[in-house]
Design a protein around this ligand. Structure first.
Ligand SMILES: CC(=O)N[C@H]1[C@@H](OP(=O)(O)OP(=O)(O)OC[C@H]2O[C@@H](n3ccc(=O)[nH]c3=O)[C@H](O)[C@@H]2O)O[C@H](CO)[C@@H](O)[C@@H]1O
Length: 357
C-alpha cells in the first residue's frame, strides 16, 4: 500500500514548533517516511525544522489583537497566505495535515480543509489560540493538553493528551554541558523560545550575589533579541554562562539540579517529563493569563514554586535555599515526574495513524 504523506503547519514561537516536531518524530518512528513542514521564510520554524524535515515556505499574517486599524488588510493578506499554502499542497500532495497552532498554521489549515484533506490540530495551552479556534472548523480531531481547553472546541472532536515533547534521552546518555563545571550545583534559567525580560531583570539584580557562589554553575538563556545588549552592558560572573538560545536544551535540562523558567506549555512539559524541580515565572501578558494557569497546576502538584514578575521576591534567596535543601528538591522532582507525560507525542501519532493509515 502506498505510504501516506504528512504535512505539518506551525510557527511563530518555539512553543508551536516543537510539539509539531515531536509528533513528526513519533510518526517517523512508526515508519512514516514522507513528512514535510510549511512555515515562513527565515523564521523560528524554518530554523528549527529545516535540519530535520523538508520545509516549504508560505506567507502568513499575524492577527493584532484588539487593533482594528492594524487588522484592516487582514482578509486580503489571509487570502494571499491561503494561496501560498495551496501552492505547497499542490507540490507535496499531502494525505494528512497536522497543525500545532500559531497564525502561521492557519493558511495551510484553511487551504487543506477546503480541499477536503483531513486536518488534525494540537493545542498546547489551557486557553486555545485564535488560529486553532478558527482552524478547528476544518479539523477531524483536536488534541488538547488539558480538559480546560476542550470548551473552545466542538466536544465530540477533542481528545486530551499531554503536551507532545520530543523524545527524551535518558539523562545518563546526555552529555553534561561544559558550562556546568564539575562538582558544582547546576541551575538553568530559561525564558522560553524568545527569552524573558522579567526573568532577565531578576537575574541581573542577583548577579553580584551569584558571583560569590562559585559552587553553583548557572546557565542563563536570555533570548536572541536580548543577547547582544546584555553581553555588552553587564559584567557576567565567571560561574554564569549567558546564551541566546540553547540548541541542545535537553542536555541543559537533564543535568540541571534546579530550573527557573517561564511557564510556556512545551518548556513546562519537558521540565516535568525530565522530573526536574522548578521555580516558575509565568509570562504575565500571555492570552487569558494561560501561563499562570499552566504554572499553578504544577505548583498544586508540589513540583514547582510559582512567582509572579511583580512579586516582591528575591529570586536568588529562593534558589539558594532550594539548592541547599536536597530533601525538598527530591520531593519536587518526584512530584514533577509523577505528572509528566513524556509519551504524549506517541499517543497522538497512534490516533492519527489508526485513523488514516
Ligand atoms: C510569550 C508567549 O506567548 N509564550 C507562548 C509560547 O511560548 P514559547 O515559544 O516560549 O513556548 P514553550 O515554552 O511552550 O516552548 C519553547 C520551546 O523552545 C525550546 N527552547 C527554548 C529555549 C531555548 O533556549 N532552547 C529551546 O530549545 C523549549 O525546550 C521548548 O520546547 O508558546 C507556548 C505554546 O503555545 C505558550 O504556552 C507560551 O505562553
Amino acid at each position: 500500500m502506498k505510504q501516506k504523506k504528512f504535512l505539518f503547519a506551525c510557527g511563530g514561537t518555539g512553543g508551536h514548533v516543537f510539539p509539531a516536531v515531536a509528533i513528526a518524530e513519533s510518526l517517523k518512528k512508526a515508519g512514516i517516511e514522507n513528512i514535510s513542514f510549511a512555515g515562513r521564510k527565515d523564521s523560528m520554524e524554518s530554523r528549527l525544522v529545516k535540519p530535520y524535515f523538508e520545509f516549504d515556505e508560505i506567507s502568513a499574517v499575524p492577527l493584532h489583537r484588539g487593533s482594528f486599524m492594524q487588522n484592516l488588510g487582514l482578509p486580503y493578506k489571509l487570502l494571499k497566505a491561503v494561496q501560498s499554502a495551496k501552492v505547497v499542497l499542490k507540490k507535496r500532495k499531502p494525505d494528512v495535515i497536522v497543525a500545532t497552532g500559531g497564525y502561521v498554521s492557519l493558511p495551510v489549515v484553511i487551504a487543506a480543509g477546503r480541499a477536503k484533506i483531513p486536518v488534525y490540530i494540537q493545542e498546547q495551552n489551557a486557553v486555545a489560540g485564535v488560529a486553532n479556534k478558527i482552524g478547528s472548523h476544518y479539523a477531524k480531531k483536536i488534541f488538547v493538553t488539558s480538559k480546560d481547553a476542550q470548551k473552545f472546541f466542538p466536544s465530540t472532536e477533542t481528545m486530551v493528551f499531554g503536551n507532545p515533547v520530543r523524545e527524551l534521552p535518558k539523562i545518563e546518555n546526555l552529555p553534561r554541558p561544559k558550562e556546568y563545571r564539575d562538582g558544582t550545583k547546576t541551575l538553568l534559567i530559561v525564558g522560553g523560545s524568545q527569552g524573558a525580560r522579567g526573568i532577565n531583570v531578576k537575574m541581573e539584580e542577583a548577579l553580584s550575589q551569584i558571583a560569590e557562589r562559585k559552587d553553583i554553575s548557572v546557565v542563563w538563556q536570555v533570548g536572541a533579541k536580548n543577547f547582544d545588549e546584555i553581553c555588552a552592558r553587564i559584567q557576567i560572573p565567571e560561574n554564569v554562562s549567558v546564551k541566546a538560545f540553547l540548541d541542545n536544551i535537553y542536555a541543559y535540562m537533564g543535568h540541571a539540579d534546579l530550573i527557573v523558567s517561564r511557564a510556556g506549555a512545551s518548556t513546562l512539559a519537558e521540565i516535568l517529563a525530565f522530573g526536574k524541580p522548578s521555580i516558575l515565572f509565568p509570562f504575565p501578558f500571555a492570552t487569558a493569563n494561560h501561563q499562570e494557569f499552566n504554572a499553578r497546576v504544577v505548583e498544586k502538584a508540589g513540583a514547582a514554586l510559582v512567582e509572579l514578575d511583580n512579586d516582591p521576591n528575591d529570586l536568588w534567596n529562593k534558589v539558594q535555599s532550594l539548592l541547599s535543601n536536597a530533601e525538598k528538591l527530591n520531593q519536587m522532582a518526584s512530584a514533577a515526574k509523577s505528572i509528566g507525560m513524556p509519551d504524549a507525542a506517541d499517543q497522538i501519532a497512534k490516533v492519527i495513524l489508526e485513523a488514516e493509515c
